[in-house]
Write a protein that binds this ligand. Structure first.
Ligand SMILES: Cc1cc2nc3c(=O)[nH]c(=O)nc-3n(C[C@H](O)[C@H](O)[C@H](O)COP(=O)(O)O)c2cc1C
Length: 181
């Protein structure tokens, strides 16, 4: 299985980067799946302008940026893990821009059997409504595309190394390979 990890935090060496590392380590240790890690915020993906240019262009967005690169990576993957820092009770704009571009390839994506996982990290306690709001968003997206959401985990971390220093979080990461077997 080919797994794409989409790290959607702009902060280098922060909590989302740590979660991406831990996930990579675990998948490599316990499975033979291939992994590709992509830093969404290092790409240049502009917002969808609803121009419908993609419809007349064989499902290829007409804006010349990294849209096609990231959509191709997602298309090639059997499983996509979205690693998401919470921004204003939602997902960061850079990831939203990528998801909005799913519009251009929705018929292709609908024809593909794909699994998704979601890891959400925010400063607020995991009881905060933000985690279920984000979770519901990914459920709606995967239901619409006919994909299967395999797991959805929330972590509380604020400072850059909070996740790394959390015993509870590290405990959850130590068993995360269960979702990939
Ligand atoms: C612009 C911005 C908005 C944020 N909004 C929220 C929020 O609504 N809820 C929350 O719990 N944390 C919020 N945070 C905190 C981050 O989610 C938290 O620090 C997270 O650990 C960042 O992940 P990172 O270290 O990978 O960048 C926000 C941070 C930033 C920079």
């Amino acid at each position: 299985m080919k797994i794409s990890l989409l790290n959607s935090s702009p902060r280098h060496n922060g909590n989302t980067a740590y979660a991406t590392q831990q996930l990579t380590k675990s998948i490599e240790e316990y499975t033979t799946h291939s992994i590709e890690s992509i830093k969404v915020c290092d790409l240049n993906v502009s917002g969808c302008t609803a121009c419908d240019g993609c419809i007349a262009n064989n499902g290829v967005c007409v804006i010349k940026d990294d849209t096609q690169y990231i959509l191709d990576k997602i298309s090639e993957a059997d499983m996509v893990v979205f690693l998401v820092p919470v921004y204003w009770w939602s997902i960061p704009a850079q990831l939203k821009a990528v998801i909005d571009k799913f519009y251009s390839v929705q018929s292709t994506f609908k024809s593909q059997q794909k699994k998704i996982g979601v890891i959400t990290i925010g400063a607020n306690d995991t009881s905060d409504k933000q985690y279920s709001l984000i979770s519901d968003q990914f459920t709606c997206i995967s239901d619409f595309l006919g994909w299967e959401k395999i797991f959805d985990l929330s972590f509380c971390a604020y400072e850059r190394d909070d996740l790394q220093n959390s015993q509870n979080s590290n405990c959850q990461f130590s068993s995360i390979h269960q979702y990939f077997i």
